[in-house]
Design a protein around this ligand. Structure first.
Ligand code: UFG
Length: 332
């Protein structure tokens, strides 16, 4: 409760929801973000904000000293899979090298706990679903590889120095704060639910459906969509666990263990929006695994985490509410 936490990437989509969850849990929070993707207004005004890069070790040392930081939640990074294929060095710099700088500064300052944003992309195209944490890690793009390298660095460093770590592997993060305080901002998102609610508010004419000939029930890809606020709550739980069990590390999937097809998601958007959103069948998008669903046994059993917003209509309703708010903001 009195653990001062530094959230890297706290002005971004998932980081900003983690800040809200930490504040609700009574933790003092500070944010560092270079605003390459996040926005200053995603950070509550009572949260100390440092604009800068986590690769800047001097800045980090100053923040740790000023804030008395005792734990880090590390969200800052680049997350667009196709971009990682075009610009792998950028991904290894922003995800792997920047994490190296952060971990180094944390070790120098004796920070005892680090919780890291990892991804289901570390599994690549898994041979079986639900995928378990110990299943093979064979990333199929530099994004997944850059995150897996950081997991490895954390494991080696936690063994050598005095901190413990958690690596949370997110499946498809979606939705928005139920109270409408934050959500997925910005332009150019490629995520299915974001794209579909943009179409529902008239920012796009239609949604492309990338492939309907996959070996799934309706031929479209299956994913495990997890509400961002349930994910943020899992972070608070994970941090509590890192503090309570300082000799243990946590590596766990974050999903509901439930798969939904692209068409099932779009049906939910039609229901919630109260009108059909136009769909266009397209060919497959390169690099999409047919099905990606988490086994969340570890998450549920270790952290006693109980999701509150798993219903797909709730996820879509919150995403749509946020999208309408964004549209009003842009119009104003
Ligand atoms: N899709 C469409 N139309 C769209 C957008 C997406 O049909 O306009 C489909 C995709 O082809 C895919 C599914 O919807 O089958 C989900 O796609 P997203 O882009 O929403 O998410 P991904 O599953 O591709 O990616 C997510 C995270 C990545 C992470 C990856 C792990 O966003 O950060 O899971 O594999 F790396």
């Amino acid at each position: 409760r009195d653990l001062p936490v530094l959230v890297t990437g706290g002005a971004g989509y998932i980081g900003s929801h983690a800040v809200l969850a930490l504040q609700a849990a009574g933790c003092p929070v500070a944010v560092v973000d270079d605003l390459s993707n996040g926005t200053r207004r995603a950070v509550p005004s009572d949260v100390p904000f440092y604009e800068g890069s986590i690769a800047d070790r001097q800045l980090l040392s100053r923040i740790f000293a000023e804030q008395g930081t005792r734990a880090i939640m590390h969200f800052a990074g680049s997350i667009v899979v196709p971009e990682s294929v075009e610009k792998p060095l950028l991904y290894y710099a922003n995800n792997t090298l920047a994490s190296h700088a952060l971990i180094s500064a944390a070790v120098d300052a004796g920070i005892p706990h680090i919780l890291f944003s990892s991804t289901a992309a570390v599994y690549g195209a898994p041979e079986r679903v639900p995928v378990e944490e110990d299943d093979p890690k064979r990333p199929i793009n530099p994004y997944g590889a850059s995150k897996l390298m950081t997991e490895g660095m954390l494991a080696d460093c936690a063994a050598a120095y005095s901190f413990n770590y958690g690596a949370l592997r997110y499946f498809n993060v979606s939705g928005a704060d139920p109270q409408g305080r934050s959500g997925q901002a910005g332009q150019g998102s490629t995520h299915l639910i974001k794209v579909a609610v943009e179409a529902a508010v008239g920012k796009r004419s239609h949604v492309d459906v990338f492939g309907d000939d996959y070996p799934t029930a309706d031929g479209t890809c299956v994913r495990d969509y997890i509400h961002v606020s349930d994910l943020a709550a899992a972070h608070v739980r994970a941090l509590e666990r890192l503090v309570a069990a300082p000799s243990e590390n946590l590596v766990m999937n974050c999903g509901y263990g439930r798969g939904l097809s692209v068409l099932e998601v779009l049906d939910a958007v039609d229901r919630v929006a109260g009108m059909p959103v136009a769909r266009r069948m397209q060919g497959r998008r390169p690099g999409d695994p047919p099905a990606l669903v988490a086994s969340n046994r570890r998450l549920v059993e270790t952290l006693d985490w109980q999701p509150q917003f798993a219903d797909i209509d709730t996820i879509v309703a919150h995403a749509l509410h946020w999208e309408r708010k964004l549209k009003d903001l842009t119009a104003a």
